[in-house]
Design a protein around this ligand. Structure first.
Ligand code: PEP
Length: 251
């Protein structure tokens, strides 16, 4: 079944108030006519409130790039689901490869965050993906199984249906190397097979699985043409209004 595409941008640790507002104002204008797909930007914590405010009433959703799983407490420096809800954020990116590999986040911690997001009615996007070394050693399926099973651990079928997955091969993130449309489609099929084993065909077939890793205006059309690719998670190329608009408006 064809799913509604979700085109998302991850600003990582870039932008400031002025450049963020310029970008979202331009995107809002450029994408006002977009009706058949969803648009989402994952924004640094300090820019969330102004960006949510600027995008109110538009067709662009706003998400945070991380959060802690506890509601509140003595967790200095962390941001809770309640903080995000308080300023009108509806989405949260969890388990991004930079969180896993730079900050040492484990599948167990990511699973706690997914459960906490769902319990708070935040919509989580769970990132999974293999390292180059793992791909070269034929371990793609094993890695995707560990990360998917880890992220979805103890989630009911109804909860699982509320999650979006982003397949982001780590070797393709920020490197300019994109997985071929065939490689992306194949990995997404593996993830669906894992979900079918964990839940059933309905959950597997209806899961929105985004591809991320050096998505650009000139390669998005080929990726989005694949039957198992339901959207994109775009890093570097989401920082420029024209480029990201072209990605959102893939053909
Ligand atoms: C990302 O940040 O999730 C990402 C895919 O980055 P890039 O598009 O720059 O590779």
């Amino acid at each position: 079944m064809a799913k509604r595409p979700l085109m998302s941008g991850n600003w990582k640790m870039y932008m400031n108030t002025q450049s963020a507002l310029e970008l979202v104002k331009a995107l809002k204008g450029n994408c006002a006519d977009v009706e058949d797909r969803d648009i989402l930007v994952f924004v640094p914590f300090t820019l969330l409130a102004p960006v949510v405010n600027e995008l109110k009433g538009s067709n662009i959703w706003v998400g945070a790039q991380n959060m802690y799983f506890e509601k509140e407490g003595a967790f200095t420096g962390e941001i809770s689901p309640a903080h995000l809800l308080d300023i009108g954020v509806e989405w949260v990116l969890l388990g991004h490869s930079e969180r896993r590999h730079v900050f040492g986040e484990t599948n167990d911690l990511i699973n706690k965050k997914i459960k906490s997001a769902l319990a708070s009615n935040l919509k989580p996007v769970l990132c999974v993906g293999e390292l180059l070394e793992e791909r070269e050693n034929g371990k793609i399926e094993e890695v995707l199984k560990t990360q998917t099973k880890g992220g979805f651990k103890d989630l009911t079928k109804d909860e699982a249906k509320k999650v979006v997955i982003a397949y982001e091969p780590v070797w393709a993130i920020g490197t300019g190397k994109t997985a071929s449309p065939e490689d992306a489609d194949e990995a997404h099929k593996i993830i669906r097979k894992i979900l079918e084993q964990m839940y059933d065909k309905e959950v597997a077939d209806n899961m929105r699985i985004l591809y991320g890793g050096s998505v650009k205006p000139d390669n998005v059309d080929g990726l989005m043409a694949k039957p198992n690719v339901d959207g994109s998670l775009v890093g570097g190329a989401s920082l420029k209004a024209d480029g990201f608009t072209r990605i959102v408006k893939f053909q």
